[in-house]
Design a protein around this ligand. Structure first.
Ligand SMILES: Nc1ncnc2c1ncn2[C@@H]1O[C@H](COP(=O)(O)OP(=O)(O)O)[C@@H](O)[C@H]1O
Ligand SMILES: [Mg+2]
Length: 230
């Protein structure tokens, strides 16, 4: 469960202030699949970064599963990122010197799982994203869509409660974007995690069960699809 209470994020620069988020309040229930849309620069990534513990609000309160992120220190945030959260970025951010299996395994090892414990989980994740046969490939041997599916497998390997994706299909051609969409839909329908996706793509946004539209740092609308197939 996610609660934002009067959250603002203000950037100061030489030319003045930018209100990247302006007094945003939001409640997102567990297991929801939410799309976040809005014009470039409206505050979408800022919202995701705050939910990911990568940025702090200038004012206001942010709770994820009851944890107050606005008050959390580095140690608590590291624990949060390793145990509660998965993040997928537009440019995949895979480690080029590691193969597919090692990329997916890494966050499990970092949080202290043994290689023996991690192995079946990694295999399960690669199966989920349809890349079992690519386990020993390196990122440069994969298509963009395959790299993004590896990044998704890595993000959910640790059983996060919350999966954040910032324009996950923004760097893909439409065929690869469709496959990545299918993978994300599968994750949402299996209720693997609460899923929040920032996107410019109408087809990605239409998969979600709720939709947040942002304009100039404010929530312009937050609607739920009434006739969801889930
Ligand atoms: N580190 C930063 N320093 C100053 N301004 C920033 C910074 N990050 C984002 N902004 C500004 O905040 C606003 C929202 O940015 P962002 O959340 O990245 O938008 P979006 O993801 O919707 O394109 C923009 O005006 C952007 O220029
Ligand atoms: Mg952005």
């Amino acid at each position: 469960m996610i609660d934002l209470k009067n959250v603002s994020r203000i950037y100061s620069s030489g030319t003045g202030e930018v209100r990247a988020l302006d007094d945003v309040s939001l409640h997102i229930p567990d297991g929801d699949f939410v799309s976040v849309t809005g014009p470039s620069g409206c505050g979408k990534s800022t919202l995701l970064n705050i939910l990911g513990g990568l940025d702090h609000p200038s004012s206001g309160e942010v709770f994820v599963n009851g944890m107050p992120l606005h008050n959390a220190g580095e140690k608590e945030l590291t624990h949060y990122r390793r145990h509660t959260l998965g993040i997928v970025f537009q440019f995949f951010n895979l480690l080029p010197a590691m193969n597919v299996r090692e990329n997916v395994e890494l966050p499990l090892l970092l949080r202290g799982d043994s290689a023996k414990l991690a192995a079946p989980r990694v295999a399960e994740m690669l199966d989920l994203v349809g890349l079992s046969l690519r386990a020993t490939h390196f990122p440069h041997q994969l298509s963009g869509g395959e790299m993004q599916r590896v990044a998704i497998a890595r993000a959910i390997a640790g059983s996060p409660k919350l999966l954040l994706a910032d324009e996950p299909t923004g760097n893909l051609d439409s065929a690869n974007a469709d496959i990545v969409c299918e993978t994300l839909s599968k994750i949402a329908s299996q209720k693997i995690a609460t899923l929040i996706i920032v996107t410019h793509s109408e087809s990605v946004a239409s998969l979600a069960t709720s939709r947040i539209q942002i304009l100039d740092g404010k929530i312009r609308s937050y609607s739920e699809k009434s006739s969801s197939g889930r």
